[in-house]
Design a protein around this ligand. Structure first.
Ligand code: SF4
Length: 351
C-alpha cells in the first residue's frame, strides 16, 4: 500500500509525525510504502528514515510554483500509484492538494481547531476546565491523530497499535546520528533559544545567564543551537568560556540533530529542537509562554519537564504567532533563571 503523508511544517510537527510513520509500519508491515511530502527546508529531518521510502520537498521559498508540485505528484502517481493520502496538516494548502489529486482517496487529520481556539478565548478558570475535557485531555496531538485514524484503519485491517508514542527514542532517527562532524568530548546540555515566533521565546538574556550558571555550577559544557537567521544569539558572545560552544548558524539541520542526539538535556522554548531531542530519547525542559501544553505539543518523555506561568492571558494564541497584547511579556519574563536552573539541576542529577 502506497501512502502519501502530507505535513508541510513546522519542524517540530514534522518530527512528531514520525510517530505516525511508526504506527503505520506496525499496522501494515512490509505492505507499506511511504512517501512524505513536506517543505523543502525539512527534508533533511526525514531523509534516511528507514520506513520512509521517498521524501518530497516543496521548494516554495525558492520560488517553486504550486502547479509544479502538483505535476510532480501526478507523475509520481502515474509511475507508482498512490493508494491513500493522509493529510496530517489539515490546512487550506493541503486541501488544495487533495482537490488537485481528487482521484486518490484521502483522510484528513482533525486538529481540534475549534477547541484550541476556545481555549485561547475563554478566560474563566472553571469554563476552561470544561473546554479541556473531553476535547483535549493531556494526550499528545500525535496520539490523538493516531487514535482517530486507528478507528478507521482497524476496520480495514483489524489491527490495533501495540507501541505507544511515549515509549523510548525513535530508533530510526537515532540512526541519523553519524552525521556529526565536530565532536565535543565532555558531556553537554543544549540550549535552544529560538522558536518560530518571537512571543514563544524566553528572553535571550535569560538564556545567557542560564548558560553562565551551568558553566559555573555544573561540570557540563553548553552547546547553543539555532538557525542562521537567529542572530540574537550573538548575545552569548559575552560568555568567555571554552566550555560554551556557540553554534548558532554554524550547523546544518542534520548536524543539529546529531548534537541533540548526544546531549544530556535540551532546554528550549515550545519549538522543534525540543521535539527532536525527545525523538532521540534526550530529556527536554520546555518553557511554555503564549502557547499551552494542552494543545498537544508537550514533551512526552518520562524524564522531560515543562515550565509555565499561570496567567489569565495564557494561552493567547494557538501557534504563538500573535504579538503580545500586554504591557510586558509576562508569560516568559516572569520565568526566572533561578527556577529554570533549579529544574535543570534536578533533571541533571537524575541522569
Ligand atoms: S504575556 Fe499573555 S498576552 Fe502576552 S504573549 Fe504571554 S500569554 Fe500572550
Amino acid at each position: 500500500m502506497h501512502i502519501l503523508l502530507v505535513r508541510f511544517s513546522s519542524m517540530g510537527d514534522v518530527v512528531l509525525q514520525t510517530a505516525t510513520v511508526n504506527w503505520l509500519k506496525s499496522l501494515l508491515g512490509s505492505d507499506l510504502r511511504l512517501t512524505f511530502l513536506t517543505s523543502s527546508e525539512f527534508v533533511e529531518l526525514l531523509e534516511g528514515h528507514q520506513e520512509i521510502h521517498r521524501v518530497i520537498g516543496f521548494h516554495r521559498r525558492k520560488g517553486e510554483k504550486w502547479e509544479n508540485l502538483v505535476q510532480r505528484l501526478k507523475d509520481l502517481h502515474k509511475n507508482d500509484p498512490i493508494d491513500l493520502i493522509l493529510d496530517l496538516h489539515g490546512t487550506l494548502r493541503s486541501l488544495r492538494l487533495k482537490v488537485s489529486l481528487w482521484t486518490i482517496p484521502a483522510l484528513t487529520v482533525d486538529k481540534r481547531r475549534w477547541e484550541r481556539f476556545l481555549l485561547t478565548k475563554v478566560r474563566n478558570k472553571f469554563l476552561k476546565k470544561f473546554f479541556e475535557h473531553p476535547f483535549f485531555g493531556l494526550s499528545p496531538q500525535v496520539e490523538r491523530i493516531i487514535e482517530d485514524f486507528e478507528n478507521i484503519f482497524s476496520d480495514s485491517f483489524g489491527k490495533k497499535r501495540t507501541q505507544s508514542f511515549r515509549e523510548g527514542p525513535h530508533d530510526e532517527l537515532t540512526s541519523l546520528a553519524p552525521f556529526l562532524t565536530t565532536e565535543i568530548s565532555r558531556p553537554y546540555v543544549v540550549l535552544a533559544p529560538s522558536a518560530s515566533f518571537v512571543p514563544k521565546r524566553w528572553p535571550v538574556v535569560s538564556f545567557v545567564e542560564l548558560s553562565k550558571k551551568l558553566l559555573h555550577e555544573t561540570n557540563y559544557d553548553v552547546v547553543v543551537l539555532a538557525g542562521k537567521e537567529d542572530t540574537f544569539c550573538e548575545a552569548f558572545n559575552e560568555v568567555s568560556s571554552d566550555r560554551l560552544h556557540q553554534l548558532q548558524g554554524k550547523t546544518t539541520l542534520k548536524e543539529s540533530m546529531a548534537f541533540l542526539s548526544k546531549a544530556k538535556l535540551c532546554i528550549g522554548n515550545d519549538s522543534g529542537m525540543n521535539h527532536i531531542a525527545e525523538a532521540y530519547g534526550v530529556p527536554s525542559l520546555t518553557l511554555f509562554g503564549p502557547t499551552d501544553p494542552r494543545f498537544g505539543f508537550r514533551p512526552h518523555g518520562t524524564k522531560s519537564r515543562i515550565l509555565e506561568k499561570e496567567l489569565s492571558c495564557r494561552p493567547c494564541s494557538t501557534t504563538g504567532k500573535k504579538p503580545c497584547h500586554r504591557e510586558r511579556h509576562f508569560c516568559m519574563e516572569e520565568m526566572t533563571v533561578e527556577e529554570v536552573f533549579k529544574n535543570v539541576k534536578e533533571m541533571l542529577d537524575q541522569i
